[in-house]
Design a binder for this molecule. Structure first.
Ligand code: DON
Length: 304
């Protein structure tokens, strides 16, 4: 595995077209696009890494997998009255579908859907309390108490997040947001601003690759059925309007973030995190996808 990862890393170093870093969040626009990292965790805990695997990056939309997991734990199937579970085929920050579907977001991974999910888990609490709960869960999954929110990124998002504010207010106009919109947005922006490295992220995703149970510690996080459902949503919606392309090229459930990270799970095999800050036109990591494509070629881990 180490040889495979080093070969992929060497291949990625040769690439001249590395995509473009997200520039609509000013703090992310400062990130050096020449970075690359990949980590693979196997069920016995062995962790293989290459590149800048200890460097922290903004997980952005990958956080939506963790909040979805919390929300399903709190609301069960009632969550589906707040948010749908179909691919949207639209960009991650699109508003058009909301108008035609009474303000109900198509799935939990587009921005509108994630805002609705965050609202659903707040249960009358203040943003600080909800964020503490989310952070606690991510730390538990990764077994690492050092994981934190990057306050600078959160500030940067708050200052420029007009589109997300529009989505939240638009949903509120359909009575679909039950907490003060500013509280929901603050919680949403902060949870997108969690910083992790590839090793931590791959560990945090392990339960999804093994039927809801972390195989290293034997701790059950969710039921096998719920784990399959979260993974199916990652496959169908995890890369927004690029989800079909990702399934075609990589063939694994995966979730991307505009920080350039991707969490992918190979059921029964491994959890994988990859990071390269340059994005393709849709907003998914360009080299991250290429690296996963190569990994799956070497390992045969595609689910298809
Ligand atoms: O709300 C936003 O636009 C960002 N905090 C998250 C978007 C994102 O990561 C989309 N993923 N590729």
């Amino acid at each position: 595995m180490q040889d495979i990862l080093d070969e992929i890393s060497a291949e990625m170093r040769k690439r001249t077209d590395r995509g473009t870093v997200a520039n609509y969040i000013p703090q992310l626009a400062c990130v050096d696009p020449n970075q690359f990292a990949m980590s693979v965790v196997l069920p016995d805990g062995q962790t293989f890494s290459t590149g800048d695997a200890d460097t922290l990056f903004s997980i952005q939309s990958i956080s939506k997998v963790f909040t979805l997991t919390i929300a399903l734990g709190k609301l069960g199937d009632h969550l589906w009255s707040h948010v749908g579970r179909e691919p949207s085929g639209d960009p991650f920050n699109s508003i058009v579908q909301l108008e035609h579907e009474q303000g109900k977001p198509r799935n939990p991974f587009i921005n509108a859907g994630a805002i609705a999910v965050v609202d659903s888990i707040m249960s009358g609490h203040q943003p600080k309390e909800s964020l503490a709960e989310i952070l606690e869960f991510v730390r538990f999954l990764a077994n690492d108490k050092s994981i934190c929110i990057d306050e600078k990124v959160a500030r940067s998002e708050i200052e420029t997040g007009h589109r997300n504010a529009s989505l939240a207010h638009f949903m509120a106009s359909f009575d679909r947001i039950s907490h003060p919109v500013e509280h929901v947005l603050g919680t949403y922006f902060h949870h997108c601003s969690i910083s992790m490295n590839c090793k931590q992220l791959a560990h945090a995703g392990l339960f999804l690759a093994f039927d809801g149970t972390n195989p290293i510690y034997g701790t059950r996080v969710v039921s096998p059925e719920r784990s399959r459902r979260i993974s199916s949503l990652m496959l169908m919606c995890g890369h927004y309007d690029g989800s079909g392309e990702f399934a075609f090229r990589v063939g694994l459930p995966g979730k991307s973030g505009v920080g350039g990270g991707i969490l992918a799970v190979a059921p029964g095999e491994a959890s994988i995190a990859v990071w390269s800050p340059g994005l393709d036109k849709i907003g998914n990591s360009k080299l991250g996808t290429e690296a996963l494509e190569l990994l799956v070629k070497h390992t045969g881990w595609s689910i298809f």
